[in-house]
Design a protein around this ligand. Sequence first.
Ligand SMILES: NC(=O)c1ccc[n+]([C@@H]2O[C@H](COP(=O)([O-])OP(=O)(O)OC[C@H]3O[C@@H](n4cnc5c(N)ncnc54)[C@H](OP(=O)(O)O)[C@@H]3O)[C@@H](O)[C@H]2O)c1
Length: 369
Amino acid sequence: MAAASARQVNIAIIGVGGVGKCFLSQLEQLAARRPDPKLVLTYISTSKKALYSSDHVAIPIAGVTSALAASEQQPLPLPKLVDFLGTSGSKTVLVDNTSSQDVADAYPLFLDRGISVVTPNKKAFSGSYKLWQDIFAAAARSGAKVYHESSVGAGLPVISTLKDLVETGDEVTKIEGVFSGTLSFLFNSFAPVSGGAGGNQWSAEVRRAKELGYTEPDPRDDLNGLDVARKLTILARLAGLPVESPTSFPVQSLIPKELESVGSGEEFLDKLPAFDGQMEDIKAEAEKEGKVVRFVGSIDVATQQVKVGLEKFDKSHPIAALKGSDNIISFYTKRYGSNPLIVQGAGAGGEVTAMGVTSDLLKVLSQIA
Ligand SMILES: NC(=O)c1ccc[n+]([C@@H]2O[C@H](COP(=O)([O-])OP(=O)(O)OC[C@H]3O[C@@H](n4cnc5c(N)ncnc54)[C@H](OP(=O)(O)O)[C@@H]3O)[C@@H](O)[C@H]2O)c1
């Protein structure tokens, strides 16, 4: 008797940048390692190019980035992509490896058509509260799944841990941590626990972080705190707080007012030394109390307070002792008492971020295939 044909799940990928490329190589290994369900790539695109065929023929994963670069096909407009994927006859997972708000806004359309979504993109879960509700309502209606582990702390098990705490009935009282690899690196260098021994001027540390590739092309995109605010919005919502948007709670920006509107990132870096005194004062004030300053986000669940900004920590505190560009997230709960459950490690990087996406895909496969 012929063996039953393997079950098939189609995969569509949008975004083939730092994370997308790592995800592709993890997908290739996964498909080779686990033949059932058979994973079939049927669509892949960047913002400018796409690869797909109208009859959903499998696209070989090996060498797909070069094939995509050579392709003359345009990406399908999102509603057309929903139709294309929805008519394949197979279960389908959309992997969104972009940071696009437009793609995020379309998740309810995909989910309503039964297409599951896995993504490291923060935009859908930290935008308007209505989009959040629409996404989970669409998933509940169709039974499609949506996972976004890498949207907070990259591959670190932050979202899955919080969901497990909540769903098993623990009471989360507070979440606190360092959520930005860039700001972690900056403060660990600027105000090391070893005190006066290390730590350059603030502006020099920002320039060094940029030169080492730790910051966005314009460092103000890290220093404005919005990326951290987006992550806090996601966690607060998962903890049950109906946070309206990442701008609906206090977020401290580290960009001096006078430099908010200077033209380029380079001009910003040139003018930043004039403001070193402000950061030096903050550091010295903490040092006087035997503490160090760190850029943290916190969610006080009982008082429903979410905030992002500078805080002082004893040098023995796990947040003060963080190294390099690591993230740390502490969950204070009724069960864990005064010793929080702590998740710590690399919170950025293509491979670890893609790992979170691949493990989300495995979770979806275990439920739909
Ligand atoms: N890198 C990390 O360490 C890290 C950590 C945690 C989370 N993340 C998240 O992971 C996602 C991907 O990050 P990345 O570092 O890989 O970004 P990236 O290198 O900039 O790549 C983004 C990719 O998405 C494509 N893209 C952007 N907008 C699109 C659109 N509207 N339609 C189709 N394709 C579009 C880009 O295509 P073009 O090249 O044509 O523009 C590019 O292929 C982001 O949401 C990011 O926040 C990243």
